[in-house]
Design a protein around this ligand. Sequence first.
Ligand SMILES: NC(=O)c1ccc[n+]([C@@H]2O[C@H](COP(=O)([O-])OP(=O)(O)OC[C@H]3O[C@@H](n4cnc5c(N)ncnc54)[C@H](OP(=O)(O)O)[C@@H]3O)[C@@H](O)[C@H]2O)c1
Length: 274
Amino acid sequence: MDMAGKTVLITGSTDGVGRYVASELAKQGAYVLIHGRDAARAKTLIAEITRGGHAAPTFYQADLSSLASARQLAAAVSADHRKLDVFISNAGIGSMNGGAERRASADGHELRFAVNYLSGFLLAHLLLPLLKAAAPARIVNVASLGQHPIDFDDLMITKNYSGSRAYAQSKLAQIMFTIDLAAELKGAGVTVNSLHPATYMNTTMVRAGGITPVSTVEQGGAAILHLATGDDVAGKSGLFFNGMNEARANPQAYDEDARKRLRKLSLDLVGLAG
Ligand SMILES: NC(=O)c1ccc[n+]([C@@H]2O[C@H](COP(=O)([O-])OP(=O)(O)OC[C@H]3O[C@@H](n4cnc5c(N)ncnc54)[C@H](OP(=O)(O)O)[C@@H]3O)[C@@H](O)[C@H]2O)c1
């Protein structure tokens, strides 16, 4: 896809692989909407991009551990733009960021589920009118190979909590949502795919886990850019990729009843039911 003049929103683009993807898309001529919590980090990225002679991105500040803040982000983007060509839902916290213990979001939900999944679920729904207006448009959900089946009797993991289980549950939820949303959007001109960008890239969340990185943000970024802009994936939807290649996710992703259950619970949790 020729990205010149295209509008792209990337959540979590003040750091890590999202930051890299934002820079690359700006180099390709896209008008990039960057997002994060930290205005100073955003300012540095904007300066870097404009120094390279590319269109200045707009920064949207929002803490995705609050659904109200996610709603404000969608409202701000919708107020500024009539169309959105690509939405990359990338913001996330790892299994160790801020400690591995269980924490709750502003809305009382398990924090990793809230930031990594629920906020992206809500944003995708609220941004659909803009994406449909730009058709053909794309949604890319940045998930992971780290996937743990959802225990519907304890969605918020009040028992046997671990940061890695919570992270992996949130990542599988993103993949299940991707498959559902693709079915819902059939014929609407908006595709949605998810991916594991690369294993243990050299980013804040990996370093926070004390893990020695084995991949670069360039490697993971290339996989995200492939789904966001690649001609070979135009029209493809509801798929999971491991890097550049289509792959199978955890079996629960292909359980239609489990997806239906998750979808209903999610709509309730974000206040979109009915
Ligand atoms: N690193 C890996 O090896 C790897 C592997 C598989 C999948 N992934 C996925 O790739 C994505 C990006 O990860 P990364 O490794 O690039 O992580 P990172 O360097 O830690 O960056 C995370 C980004 O998300 C933002 N973010 C975190 N919590 C937020 C919140 N509450 N509200 C708003 N923004 C928030 C951060 O913003 P601030 O600047 O405000 O902190 C930052 O921009 C994640 O979805 C992750 O699960 C990563």
